[in-house]
Design a protein around this ligand. Structure first.
Ligand code: NOJ
Ligand code: CA
Length: 541
């Protein structure tokens, strides 16, 4: 085990790499990535220098929402392999000093879950129905939904069953919400946690962590609910009692040695998010404010200061995240004419990003991100500078949000495309058969791992170098101090002996004192000037 692995509260400064198993590496050639594929690429992840992996769901599932619809929380879907494959992957990660956390999806199950099937077969008012939200409808014949809540994926959050009752689903109709006020649910999930903790996982990423308790009586909500600035609102989100669940889970995790942790996915205002990471609850929460920050020096600085301040109030560290499987990758977003836009989808008929500019900016902003104290989450492929597939024809799309009424924008497929490992060869080396569950655009060849490994000017080498310096200088445990900005479109800060300059403007800027350690791209420095859309790490030692 490396030193990193044995450090207490390892997550405080960890760099955690998100693996989207369907698209990482396909060992058996059926077109869908699998656990054996991840195991085969552990050396790559070790060489990249990440501390931990977060795996998106691999549980038994009909895959209606790419596995966020779980039919059996204690088994691996045959698409991804077996429990033995999982154990091999976990052991292989641990041998390399890499921690591994898994995705837990407790807000809803799949409609294929045995409990939901039992509920459908059981009469209204039965114990089986009480595990979910079954309600009579409104209107004379009960023909109207029980309330006016909307699904995150578009359309009403209620679907009617044969006997006339309705059930609640905040996401797709194949993802019925559990009623967490029913003690059976809490008891079951405690056993699920124990199942994976005993297998040796280092923690959990908790899906929709702010959604599990609904306001009693399920009152109508006329305000905005879905994807509003500052997070989700309404009686279906962020209810106080949800924290009892995390206090219980905290105690469960503490029973297991080795510093297990939880990270909350909670789309809320920062003052509300920090309540999930109080000392007796979860250890981390995703900082979505940073993910949605604009390409603007003042806005970034404000988000960073606020993030550090609010997490410090509860004694936690901040997480920095720029991309995940739920929105357009930052290399693409930053190449739009408005680099503050954050569409969930860029489709064939939308403005196409300036690919080169997006990449330059992505390489520059990661130098801000990885210099900050706290923990950072990377999304697979961002270390290659990978853009979204922004010209994917709609007939390939699989995101359930795309098909629901009013959900036509829900096209998260562009950021979920299989990784390119080889510039030449079937499916760019994702497998050897050439099958792939989503098409890869031709220009992914340029981003392939085999073109980037060991080459000094590549994005992959940049990430490796940044992670190495970050580790050596313990930047994640360091302290940020802002330096006066020489210009409004420039950010300058120090963390220990490191000085960081990020030039968000177009015009070059004179370099401050310090010896350059890393630059965002080969042409970033010339004649003691830092180019526009570029960054540099300098050592002041
Ligand atoms: C958040 C996940 O990140 C997303 O992919 C999923 O669709 C929803 N939760 C529902 O589980
Ligand atoms: Ca496969």
């Amino acid at each position: 085990m490396t030193q990193q692995h044995s450090r207490p509260q390892w997550w405080r400064d960890a760099v955690i790499y998100q693996i989207y198993p369907r698209s990482f590496m396909d060992a058996n050639g059926d077109g869908i990535g699998d656990l054996a594929g991840i195991t085969a690429r552990l050396d790559y992840l070790e060489a990249l220098g990440v501390d931990a992996l977060w795996l998106s769901p691999f549980y038994r599932s009909p895959q209606a929402d790419a596995g966020y619809d779980v039919a059996d929380y204690r088994d691996i879907d045959p698409l991804f392999g077996t429990l033995a494959d999982f154990d091999r992957l976990l052991a292989g990660a641990h041998e390399r000093g890499i921690r591994m956390i898994v995705d837990l999806v407790p807000n809803h199950s799949s409609s294929a879950h045995v409990w939901f099937q039992e509920a459908l077969a059981a009469p209204p008012g039965s114990r089986a129905r009480a595990r979910y939200f079954f309600r009579d409808g409104q209107g004379e014949q009960g023909e109207l939904p029980p309330n006016n809540w909307q699904s995150i994926f578009g359309g009403p959050a209620w679907t009617r069953v044969d006997d006339g009752q309705w059930y609640l689903h905040m996401f797709d109709s194949s993802q019925p919400d559990f009623d967490w006020r029913n003690p059976e649910i809490g008891d079951e999930f405690e056993q699920v946690l124990r199942f994976w903790l005993e297998r040796g996982v280092d923690g959990f990423r908790v899906d929709v962590a702010h959604g599990m308790i609904k306001q009693a009586g399920l009152p109508d909500w006329d305000g905005e609910q879905v994807m509003v600035e500052g997070g989700n609102r309404g009686p279906m989100w962020d209810q106080d009692e949800v924290h009892d669940i995390y206090r219980r889970w905290h105690r469960v995790l503490a029973e297991y040695g080795g510093d297990r942790m939880m990270v909350a996915e909670a789309w809320l205002r920062p003052e509300r998010v920090v309540r999930y990471i109080r000392p007796d609850e979860m250890q981390q929460a995703f900082n979505f404010d940073y993910l949605i920050a604009r390409w603007d020096a003042a806005a970034l600085r404000e988000v960073i200061d606020r993030s550090l301040a609010v997490t410090a109030q509860v004694g936690a560290t901040t997480t920095w995240v720029m991309s995940n499987h739920d929105g357009v990758r930052h290399a693409s977003r930053l190449g739009l004419s408005n680099p503050g836009a954050r569409p969930q989808k860029i489709g064939i008929d939308d403005e196409q990003p300036d690919e080169a500019l997006g990449l330059r900016r992505a390489r520059a902003i990661i130098m801000l991100t990885l210099a900050l104290p706290g923990s950072a989450y990377l999304y697979q492929g961002e270390e290659l500078g990978l853009p979204d597939h922004t010209t994917m024809p709609d007939h390939y799309r699989q995101d359930p949000g795309f098909f629901r009424p009013g959900g036509e924008d829900g096209g998260r497929d562009g950021c979920r495309v299989p990784l390119p490992w080889q510039a030449e060869g079937p499916a760019f080396g994702f497998n050897t058969s050439g099958e792939r569950w989503l098409p890869q655009p031709d220009h992914y060849a340029r981003y392939a791992v085999d073109c980037q490994l060991g080459r000094p000017e590549t994005t992959l080498t940049l990430y490796q170098r940044l992670l190495e310096v970050r580790r050596d200088q313990r930047l994640g445990m360091g302290e940020l101090a802002w330096e006066p900005n020489p210009r409004e479109d420039v950010l300058m800060l120090t963390n220990g002996d490191l000085r960081v300059v990020l030039n968000l403007g177009e015009r070059p800027i004179a370099l401050p004192a310090g010896r350059p350690l890393v630059q965002s791209h080969p042409e970033a420095l010339a004649n003691s000037m830092l180019a526009g859309n570029a960054a540099v790490w300098l050592t002041t030692r």
